[in-house]
Design a protein around this ligand. Structure first.
Ligand SMILES: *Cc1c(COP(=O)(O)O)cnc(C)c1O
Length: 362
């Protein structure tokens, strides 16, 4: 007995996707990015499933790292935005975290930090994203400041792509070139480097570094809008499912849902499904968004409400109360639904509320 809207998390698919990332970049070590509760999949379960294969995890803040530590995850954890205040540094150090350094304030806080042993830092260079990181012109100064800093054990040089998802764009290559110039600036080829996110792991082998940072691909979603050879092998980890709880015939000219945004053009069989924006189905999904009923595609009709959606099942041979519904998952990509809702798969899976029960399949 429970509300039929459920989220299934397939850990075998997760492991296969991780393996693909590692196979595509055999000379790199693939960091598993599990920020934002592992993109909505549950960071503890995801990290436990991967901990025997990965060398390092990455999250976006200390709180996320501590959640993993409390669950017994022991591998090093990279804080992708570093510490937000000086008091976080000793805690990060104590818990075997590595920190990104992206601004001068963070360097000064680190120089003044009372920590028991020096810690690894990831020096972030802004090669074009213009969000976080030091300008290439500042690199030499910042690098030598960190080299002199007692609190630093070793330095990884990193940057982040702004357009890696756009296969036709030349901007990622420009960022790679700029990153290489940065390496020249500090006169060393020995420093470990990290550039690639999922899109670059899949499609830009020349961006692979000592460390690659795999996020979305682990969860089986392609970062690309178009088909891509390797991305198309990814297996969806999250399946969002529910079932039909009512069916009714309506006449041509009658409407469905709040605000009458969809009106039947013919006599139509309408199925109502127990899922809505309260469960994480996007309210912005338009009439026409695909939904799978008994593995067959039908269209969303009318507005998404908090607890319910309706679909047009007139053309199905059969549709009845209790029938299985897939909102997204193995047979319908969250990316496709996202397009109908004016967003991307990343957002849909990450912003799932707690309401729908999450069940692990392994
Ligand atoms: C989130 C994040 C990643 C992972 O990106 P994906 O596109 O999900 O692979 C990598 N690097 C940084 C700095 C990030 O913030």
């Amino acid at each position: 007995m429970s509300r039929p809207a459920k989220i299934y998390v397939d850990l075998d698919a997760l492991k296969a996707n991780y393996k693909l990332a590692q196979t595509l970049a055999p000379n790199s070590s693939t960091i598993a990015v599990v920020k934002a509760d592992a993109y909505g999949h549950g960071s503890v379960e995801i990290s436990k499933a991967l901990q025997s294969s990965v060398e390092m995890f990455a999250v976006s803040c200390l709180e996320e790292a501590l959640t993993l530590r409390q669950a017994g995850i022991e591998k090093p954890i990279l804080l992708l935005e570093g510490c937000f205040s000086a008091d976080e540094i000793p805690i990060a150090s104590e818990h075997n975290c590595q920190i990104v350094i992206h601004n001068q304030e963070q360097i000064e806080a680190l120089e003044n930090a009372a920590i028991h042993r020096p810690m690894p830092v990831w020096l972030k260079i802004d090669t074009g994203m213009h969000r976080l990181g030091f300008a290439p012109e500042a690199l030499q100064r910042v690098y030598s400041q960190l080299q002199r800093c007692q609190q630093v054990s070793n330095i990884v040089l990193m940057s982040h792509f702004s357009h890696a998802d756009d296969l036709a764009s030349t901007s990622a290559q420009r960022q790679i070139n700029m990153f290489e110039q940065c390496l020249d600036t500090i006169h060393t080829k020995d420093i470990p480097i990290s550039l690639a996110n999922s899109a670059a792991i899949l499609a830009r082998p020349n961006s692979h570094g000592d460390w690659n940072r795999a996020g979305i691909m682990l969860y089986g979603l392609s970062p690309f809008l178009e088909p891509q050879k390797y991305a198309d092998k990814l297996q969806a980890v999250m399946s969002f499912e529910s079932s039909i709880i009512a069916v009714r015939w309506i006449n041509a000219g009658e409407s469905v849902g709040y605000g009458d945004t969809w009106t039947a053009k013919r006599r139509s069989l309408i199925a109502t499904i127990a899922v809505g924006y309260g469960d994480g189905y996007p309210r912005t999904a338009k009439s026409g968004t695909p939904v799978l009923v008994n593995h067959q595609r039908v269209c969303l009709v009318g507005r998404v409400s908090m607890d319910l959606i309706s679909v047009d099942v007139t053309d199905l041979k059969e549709a009845k109360v209790g029938d299985h519904v897939e909102l997204w998952g193995k047979n319908l990509s969250a990316n496709e639904v996202a397009k109908w809702a004016g967003t991307i798969g990343y957002e849909l899976v990450t912003r799932m509320p707690k309401r729908a029960q999450r069940l692990i399949k392994s």
